[in-house]
Design a protein around this ligand. Structure first.
Ligand code: TA6
Length: 303
């Protein structure tokens, strides 16, 4: 693993992108430009925060109780779920949502976009540990572009000689005023697996509103979603490609209290997850020698 000093020398961009050694022992990339500020932990290529200058509050939520530690996922931000989503199909001892978010990633490129946004690309570092859970020849890269829009591109390249199937997600936590005062549109009429109280296939009727735990995997939809947040006088647009599932999740009180890191006592009320996913009916077969890319763009607009 490179030190922050080595990364600054090779990939730092004066006045835009720097790397620091966090007290946790992890390395964090700090972004600052005319559009926004953001931070990203190299472990898991985990975007922790994104705050466009046009917005009074950050758009990506991170728990005030979030802990950073080697091998542990961070509560909030945009966790990378890969190479499976949810529980492993057969190995209960394997981590939920895959291992990508808790292993080291290395920086492979940085740069400035023509409009002044800041770009960083990282690659998952394979190890005996990852191979023990996923024994396929592949590269997994994540590119983040920090601007007035946050763009994230996750590419899986099958460098082997046999096809393989992945489940994946950018499991992003969005900052809102209060879960009881927002709605999510874009998924009207869409079928979803309702994970609350089992797993039942249902159809979305109208906008999504929240008055209890919601944990839904919407399937066969490439739709753009919008979070409508009147108290914060904003909408958050979530536009994706290469993804046919969308997960909408709030733990509500009981689950949040059990999790213990959602920002006691009610930090969970200030976030909703709208995740760009390929899961269940929409897992992806990556043919030998081919690539698959999931792209999502987040934009906040003021009302
Ligand atoms: O995406 C929703 C979900 O699968 C929920 O069921 C809940 O488990 C959430 O992810 C958080 O998972 P994590 O492993 O980050 O605690």
């Amino acid at each position: 693993m490179k030190t922050a000093a080595q990364l600054n020398q090779q990939f730092g961009i004066a006045g835009q992108l720097s790397f620091r050694d966090d007290a946790s022992g992890l390395v964090v990339a700090e972004f600052i430009n005319k559009f926004a500020t953001a931070s990203l932990c190299l472990q898991g290529a985990h975007l922790i925060s994104w705050h466009p200058r046009s917005q009074s509050k950050p758009v990506v939520w991170v728990s005030r109780d979030a802990k950073m530690a080697a091998g542990k996922s961070i509560r909030g931000g945009a966790p990378v779920c890969w190479p499976w989503f949810g529980a492993h199909a057969s190995e209960s001892s394997f981590p939920g949502h895959g291992y990508a978010r808790t292993v080291p990633w290395s920086v492979i490129e940085s740069g400035t976009e023509p409009n002044g946004a800041t770009r960083l690309t990282l690659r998952l570092q394979e190890s005996e540990k990852t191979r023990a859970q996923w024994n396929h020849d592949c590269n997994v890269d994540l590119t983040v572009i920090i601007g007035d829009t946050l763009r994230m591109e996750m590419t899986t390249e099958n460098t082997g000689t046999s096809d393989f199937v992945i489940g994946e997600a950018l499991h992003t936590y969005l900052q809102i005023s209060d879960i009881g005062k927002v709605s999510v549109t874009g998924l009207e009429g869409c079928e979803y697996w309702d994970k609350v109280g089992g797993s039942n296939l249902r159809k979305q009727d109208g906008a999504i509103t929240f008055n209890g735990e919601v944990d839904r995997v919407y399937i066969n939809s490439a739709a753009e979603c919008v979070i409508h947040d009147a108290p914060l006088k904003r909408r958050i647009h979530i536009k994706k490609s290469g993804s046919l599932s969308t997960v909408v999740w709030t733990p509500w009180t009981e689950k949040a209290n059990k999790m213990g890191d959602m920002g006691q006592p009610d930090g969970w009320r200030e976030m909703v997850c709208v995740e760009s996913v390929n899961a269940i009916d929409n897992v992806v077969t990556v043919l030998a020698g081919n690539k698959h890319t999931l792209i999502v763009e987040y934009t906040a607009t003021s009302l």
